[in-house]
Design a protein around this ligand. Structure first.
Ligand code: NI
Length: 220
């Protein structure tokens, strides 16, 4: 069973490995990730946000589970070109409730495999470009808060500490595995399969997103 993990879960900082095979395990994980993403009202989700340290992410810019034709899967993605920059607001399902402006490339060219194993290359801009950059960062163990200036980051110190406190408390109470055990599970994981996901939460202990906590704007 997959679940979305939050900062400071080690999966979010773990170097993701390339996907070597597109099989039923991967397809099942992708489907579960879409459902989790819709539940959290997100528009994108990277594999390591569900504690699968493999290089793929999903997107549906509509955030609407009825719009299946808008679903996109990027496997082993690479951003091969970047053009000019633009600043805009971003959020993240692993840091729910935090939003900040981040400067990113305005236009990019992305190359990736889709779920049928076909290599594609696309030039994109606007929200799609931003979402792809945000998710590709996830695969590299990077979070959007890493880009914030110290002055901006100061405004989030308390919120970020809150996430850290919640996670450490879970570990101290034995509801979440230790960082060391999680890192070991991440390193040993043979496949991007839900059966192996290193969320580390005891059953029924997933971080529930309360209605009031749900992002007002799409998170990724
Ligand atoms: Ni994110």
């Amino acid at each position: 069973m997959l679940r979305i993990v939050r900062h400071p879960h080690p999966a979010l900082r773990f170097p993701s490995r390339p996907v070597l095979q597109i099989d039923d395990d991967l397809r099942t994980s992708v489907r579960q990730m879409f459902e989790l993403m819709y539940d959290a009202r997100g528009i994108g989700l990277a594999a390591n946000q569900v504690a699968l340290p493999f290089r793929f992410f999903i997107l549906n810019l509509t955030a609407d589970r009825e719009q299946r034709t808008e679903e996109q899967v990027f496997i082993n993605p690479e951003i091969v070109k970047r053009h000019s920059t633009i600043e805009d607001e971003e959020g993240c399902l692993s840091l729910p409730g935090l939003y900040a402006k981040v400067r990113r490339a305005r236009k990019i060219r992305v190359r990736a495999y889709d779920l049928t194993g076909e290599l594609f290359e696309r030039d994109v801009d606007d929200l799609l470009s931003r979402a792809i950059q945000h998710e590709t960062d996830h695969l590299d163990g990077k979070l959007f808060i890493d880009y914030l200036e110290p002055a901006t980051l100061k405004n989030f110190t308390e919120a970020i500490r809150g996430f850290e406190l919640e996670f450490r408390q879970g570990q101290n109470q034995g509801r979440i595995l230790s960082d060391q055990s999680l890192k070991q599970k991440l390193a040993e994981m043979p496949h991007p399969s839900a059966a192996f996901a290193a969320t580390g939460y005891a059953p029924g202990e997933e971080p529930a997103v309360a209605a009031s906590e749900q992002p007002a704007e799409p998170g990724v």
